[in-house]
Design a binder for this molecule. Structure first.
Ligand code: URA
Length: 208
């Protein structure tokens, strides 16, 4: 039930601009990517390393490089897409999967409409991206989908989370580490995170 809050000053500064309602789509997108990259740096702190022998211009030494364990980034459509490139900048060899969910208007339950994952997802460490962890309905369902395909080492990365969303993920998937940049106050009656940043998808893509 690990929760990591990446509250580095650079993250807090960029998040303040992201949250501001006067920040335009272009800057919003750029900063979301930058914040994701800084979060990924922390989320990957426990990647395994292997010793390698290299020669510097002066001597031979044992250095350490990533063990080559396979990684995957899985975005929950559509807002989760904005976090993919920031992670790929750090680990360009990672494969990318997509999960599309919509909320059934009658049952209010998430329904899968798209799922394309790397075929060897069960062997990969997975970083699931969903920038706003609000009610967590989508994240909980996406985590269940990933586990049903065999994934067992999964971290959920969200830029802003509500306490309600964190609790729900921790109850449903206690093995999944959650990495966020901020934990906000609460959800409002419409399921928006307060103070939050509004609708992430609309602010990324300029829709509304
Ligand atoms: N999704 C968003 O984009 N924003 C919220 O505040 C909650 C869910």
């Amino acid at each position: 039930m690990k929760l990591t809050v990446v509250d580095h000053p650079l993250v807090q500064h960029k998040l303040a601009i992201i949250r501001d309602k006067n920040t335009g789509n272009k800057e919003f997108r750029e900063l979301m990517e930058e914040v994701t990259m800084l979060m990924a740096y922390e989320a990957m702190r426990d990647l395994e390393l292997d010793p390698v022998t290299i020669e510097t211009p002066l001597t031979t030494m044992t250095a350490h490089m990533l063990s080559g364990k396979k990684l995957a980034v899985v975005a929950i459509l559509r807002a989760g897409l904005i976090m993919v490139d920031g992670i790929l900048k750090l680990v360009p060899a990672a494969k990318v999967g997509h999960i599309g969910l919509y909320r059934d208007p009658n049952t209010l339950q998430p329904v899968e409409y798209y799922c394309k994952l790397p075929s060897d997802i069960a062997e990969r460490r997975v970083f699931l991206t969903d920038p706003m962890l609000a009610t967590a309905g989508s994240a909980v369902h996406a985590l269940s989908i990933l586990k049903s395909k065999g994934a067992h080492h999964i971290k959920l990365m969200s830029i802003i989370a509500a306490p309600e969303g964190i609790k729900r993920v921790q109850e449903a998937h206690p093995d999944v580490e959650i990495v966020v940049a901020a934990v906000d106050s609460h959800l409002n009656d419409h399921g928006y995170i307060v103070p939050g940043l509004g609708d992430a998808g609309d602010r990324i893509y300029g829709t509304r």
